[in-house]
Design a binder for this molecule. Structure first.
Ligand SMILES: Cc1cc2nc3c(=O)[nH]c(=O)nc-3n(C[C@H](O)[C@H](O)[C@H](O)COP(=O)(O)OP(=O)(O)OC[C@H]3O[C@@H](n4cnc5c(N)ncnc54)[C@H](O)[C@@H]3O)c2cc1C
Length: 509
């Protein structure tokens, strides 16, 4: 039995490794000439930049994927736990470190706003409960809606009822934070956890506050060699497990016959028969462009789906370092409501944005020539609208970003320090990774009840088709896209009867 995988992003690679480790024959098709998708690298004049993801959380997901092949992640990757997790710069000149140790984090917050020390601890208790509920009902299995999370009729008892209540389905992320903390700066920091899924805290369900616990409880990690080291290690694992990798090969069609996926057709017209297919391409575009027909229309009708935010990234090679920066920094906007309204309601770049700044030389000096800095600056922007032309918008917005860094993060002389400058715009993201309207993080998580739900990993429209990646369950970001790949593979493997070498847990069922 041949399994075809469309796309070699983190989700596609995780699926390929899991399936191959379980004895399946896997062919992976990737349109670009590198593996890892958004987790790409840029090297210029002695500077090395991770181009996409820079913050790695929840390494246990990677541990599980490497564990499928009997490998120890920590033998494959040199992971360093970072403290502080983030350094926050505010418009009023104050600075707050989000420390790795939750007790120290509460102490720092108490120094900035004494009343919020207890409020932060209260918030983290809620986040911890929500993370636990997510772990038990939401993660590691294919989920598309509430029905899939728990058997509401069959097993409703007091404990599941209390879990359902814990989900706080009547509340948004911002609403939950407002109940617990009072200082606007602490609230702004906590609201930014939801930026990991490119959505507005004012419209996303409170259950996503669990993301804060996934970071505070499990740490922020840096793989030496950059986040690029993650797909590199996965690609090596896939190769060692016998996955056939075809880079530079786009897929233009999934052949469906009588409701079942039968084959992959490449951009050059080659037909490759596959018993089952995993698509790591954006889920909406998979149904629209590769599946089409009745099944494609049925998916489009099943629910209205909106892209998550996009972003502009500046890669700046500096001839001098900024020692006051931590590895990960947030340079916050003057007014989060103005910022979120621009990005998520008006669909326009924020006039005074939050800039995320990575300075990986703090942990790995070799990313820049001696004494220099390989600075990565990401500003979230709306997903692409028809009138957005980033070729003309970028120069002006670059200046807005530079002004922000000078004014709020003490980098007054940044322009004089630049020796290398490159950029990535929403249009570039759209074209490089074939995503939905330039989205960085797949689909938006908006809606108090359904916001957390993405298309399930086992297609409800096409038998034998599975979805993996940031626009499928459980959602975007490195750990979730990797978990998505694992779930797609595990679901496929179970549907196929527990794989060639018969997993013990499936055999026992
Ligand atoms: C600028 C930026 C910053 C980010 N920062 C972070 C961060 O700090 N932390 C974090 O956790 N996450 C971050 N993310 C999000 C994270 O990178 C993504 O959620 C994750 O990498 C998505 O993985 P994926 O599996 O969905 O695949 P993608 O990376 O989207 O890859 C999909 C692959 O499929 C290929 N493909 C698509 N269609 C076809 C086709 N028809 N035929 C063949 N190949 C095809 C594409 O070329 C691509 O290689 C960031 C993303 C960006 C862009």
């Amino acid at each position: 039995m041949t399994i075809g995988i469309i796309g070699g992003g983190l989700g596609g690679l995780a699926s390929a490794c899991t399936l191959a480790a379980r004895g399946h024959k896997v062919i992976l098709f990737e349109k670009n000439d590198w593996l890892g998708g958004k987790a790409a690298v840029l090297e210029e004049e002695g500077f090395r930049f991770d181009m996409g993801p820079t913050i790695l959380t929840m390494p246990r997901v990677l541990e599980r994927i490497f564990g499928e092949a009997g490998r120890d992640l920590h033998q494959e990757l040199d992971l360093r736990r970072l403290d502080p997790q983030w350094r926050c710069f505010y418009d009023d000149g104050s600075v707050l470190d989000l420390r790795d140790d939750p007790r120290k984090a509460a102490e720092e917050i108490g120094r900035l706003s004494p009343a919020d020390r207890a409020g932060f601890e209260r918030f983290m208790e809620v986040a911890s409960r929500l993370s636990d509920v997510s772990d038990r009902f939401f993660f590691w299995k294919s989920v598309e809606d509430l029905r899939d999370t728990m058997d509401l009729k069959g097993s409703m008892n007091l404990s599941t009822l209390s879990d359902v209540m814990a989900l706080r389905m009547h509340r948004t992320v911002a609403g939950q934070i407002k109940r617990d903390v009072k200082d606007h700066r602490v609230a702004q920091m906590l609201e930014h956890f939801i930026q990991y899924v490119g959505s507005s805290p004012l419209a996303s369900p409170a259950v996503l506050c669990g993301i804060a616990q996934m970071q505070q409880g499990e740490g922020v990690w840096y793989p030496m060699g950059g986040t690029r080291a993650v797909p590199k290690a996965l690609a090596q694992l896939a190769e060692s497990l016998g996955v056939e990798v075809r880079t530079g090969t786009g897929v233009s069609k999934i052949e469906v016959d009588k409701g079942r996926a039968r084959a992959i057709v490449t951009d050059t017209g080659e037909r490759v028969a596959c018993e089952r297919i995993v698509s790591n391409m954006d889920s909406v575009r998979t149904y629209d462009e590769l599946v089409g027909g009745d099944e494609g229309r049925a998916f489009a009708k099943s629910r209205k789906r909106e892209a998550a935010c996009s972003g502009v990234v500046l890669y700046l090679g500096l001839d001098r370092a900024y020692e006051h920066l931590a590895h990960h920094n947030f340079v916050f906007s003057r007014d989060p409501e103005e910022e979120f309204a621009a990005i998520y309601d008006k669909g326009e770049p924020a006039p005074d944005p939050t800039a995320y700044v990575a300075a990986p030389a703090r942990t790995e000096p070799g990313v820049a020539p001696e004494g220099g800095e390989a600075l990565y600056v990401l500003v979230h922007t709306p997903y692409l609208r028809p009138h957005h032309d980033w070729k003309t918008m970028l120069p002006g917005y670059r200046d807005v970003i530079m002004e922000k860094l000078k004014r709020t993060a003490g980098m007054e002389d940044i322009e004089e320090r630049i020796v290398v400058e490159r950029s990535l715009t929403p249009q570039d993201i759209h074209e490089r990774y074939r995503v939905l309207n330039g989205a960085i993080y797949g689909l938006a998580s908006h809606g108090k009840v359904m916001g957390a739900f993405k298309p399930g990993n086992r297609s409800r429209q096409v038998e034998g088709l599975y979805l993996a990646g940031g626009s499928a369950h459980p959602g975007p970001g490195m750990p979730m896209a990797l978990m998505s790949g694992w779930i797609a593979a595990d679901t496929l493997d179970q549907d196929a009867g527990g794989a060639a070498h018969g997993r013990a847990d499936v055999a026992a069922e």
